[in-house]
Design a protein around this ligand. Structure first.
Ligand code: F6P
Length: 460
């Protein structure tokens, strides 16, 4: 094997460049040329098939900085339709003409679904990334516990998780954490911490919305910012209990901070925020408005009188406000935890291709004795019997639905990831760079400008 390809699919995360860097370093050691495909699967769908040689003469190009967020290769949510055989043929032809003998896709569950048609034609390995932390399993046979039920809406069936609520062994989780998650939690927990002082000073109730789609991992981790209440999508809203908790807390401290995952659902299981069920090209529902919808419910349920009595003035509408942490969760410098393990997983993916593995995933495992370590997994271990990959949800034992906080097991899950997630260099980096006077004079220099000069195309 002489040359392999790599691409970054789906939304960006802070650790993508670190994964690519880890892959490039390992490729150098194995004398493999590494071609980066531009804008994810979009490159392969384009007859020009733009790419960058990431390790000419087996040294990594200087633009590939593992401490920078985003991806120098660019990303897109384009996927390959497995039914469209003509397009699959064209893609394979393009890969052959580029001399690419194996492909690494850095992505999440959507990417693993999307790379299936390629696996049948060229060795392909997934290197995990996602801030949502939803790629993996809570326990080994979890995929077998999905059932299909008929429904009226297309495609004519729904999936339902049939697993009993049982205790879980953290050491048996498959892919314990995903690069990008720790940094996203760092940003969201910092946001929660910062909103607190306004809520406190102005006697307000803050609802902070965090990302994560239908998985509540980011919301769970945001507990590090000490919110009073955490709402996760896996646990349907119990408005009565929420109002009770809000009042209990407000009566004592005259402010409440609530974190809500963007995918939280109401009592009937419908997303609170996704009023228009629009989907992105990967078929994911685009979630928005959960915190606003929750605010309206709280305004109505708590009412003005409560605030007028307790605060002697303002109406509920003035007392309850919302803030989204938004895309800052996905951006900027990755924390040491993400950088280190993203690089390891990238390197592992190259080894797996080199060893002849196909339709496989490099994964991050954890156990008490040896901490984190990388491993490999057959892609089918993540697919149900219909071949579908489900986003991992927060296990019920991680969440205390009565207190609306991470449970003891949830805390035990978070500790190995976050206790040393921030490196001393992360703090020093902020100290040295944020208020660098040069920032005020120099325009931002985008890495895209430099990468453009390196991009080559099939038809050049
Ligand atoms: O999957 C990552 C994620 O950031 C989700 O948490 C969020 O719902 C979605 O992507 C946002 O996507 P976009 O960048 O397309 O707005």
């Amino acid at each position: 094997m002489r040359r392999i390809g790599i691409l970054t699919a789906g939304g960006d995360t802070p650790a993508l460049n670190a994964s690519i860097h880890g892959a490039a370093v390992r490729a150098n050691q194995l004398n493999l040329e590494l071609y980066g495909l531009i804008k994810g699967f979009n490159s392969l769908l384009n007859p020009r098939t733009p790419y960058v040689h990431l390790n000419p003469l087996f040294s990594v190009i200087p633009e590939l900085d593992p401490t920078k967020g985003g991806t120098i290769l660019g990303g897109s949510r384009d996927y390959i339709d497995p039914e469209d055989k003509d397009t699959v043929n064209l893609i394979i032809d393009r890969l052959h003409r580029l001399g690419i003998e194996g492909l690494i896709c850095i992505g999440g569950d959507g990417t693993l679904n999307g790379l299936q048609p390629l696996c049948e034609r060229i060795p392909t390995v997934l290197c995990p990334k996602t801030i949502d932390n939803d790629l993996g399993l809570n326990y080994r046979n979890e995929v077998d516990q999905w059932a299909r039920e008929p429904c009226d809406e297309a495609p004519g069936y729904n999936y339902r998780h049939t697993a009993p609520h049982c205790e879980l062994d953290l050491e048996h989780m498959v892919n314990y954490a995903t690069p990008g998650y720790a940094t996203a939690v760092f940003v969201s927990a910092s946001g929660v911490d910062r909103v607190r002082t306004t809520a406190e000073s102005h006697r307000r109730i803050a609802i902070v919305e965090v990302m994560g789609r239908h998985a509540g991992y980011i919301a769970l981790g945001s507990a590090y910012g000490q919110p009073d209440l955490v709402l996760i999508p896996e646990c349907p809203l119990n408005l009565e209990r929420l109002v009770e908790r809000v009042k209990e807390i407000y009566d004592v401290q005259k402010n409440v901070v609530i974190v809500c995952g963007e995918g939280i659902v109401d009592e009937s299981g419908a997303e609170l925020g996704a009023a228009q069920r629009s989907t992105d090209p990967a078929g994911n529902i685009m979630l928005s408005g959960a915190s606003e919808a929750l605010r309206e419910r709280l305004i109505e349920a708590i009412g003005d009188d409560y605030f007028r009595t307790a605060r002697r003035a303002n109406a509920a509408r003035e007392a309850i406000f919302t803030r989204k942490i938004g895309h800052t969760q996905r951006g900027g410098r990755p924390l040491a935890f993400d950088r280190f393990y993203a690089a390891q997983l990238g390197g592992k993916a190259v080894e797996m291709i080199f060893e002849g593995q196909n339709d496989a995933v490099s994964i991050l495992q954890w156990n008490k004795q040896s901490g984190f370590h990388v491993d490999s997994l057959n892609g089918h271990a993540l697919r149900d019997r219909w071949g579908h990959i489900h986003a991992r949800r927060v296990h019920p034992s991680f969440y205390d639905a009565h207190m609306m906080k991470p449970s003891r097991t949830g805390v035990e899950y978070l500790l190995p990831i976050f206790t040393d997630a921030i490196g001393p260099d992360d703090c020093e980096h902020t100290r040295q760079t944020l208020f660098d006077a040069g920032n005020l004079y120099r325009p931002y220099h985008s890495v895209n400008t430099d990468i453009n000069k390196r991009i080559r195309c099939l038809e050049d």
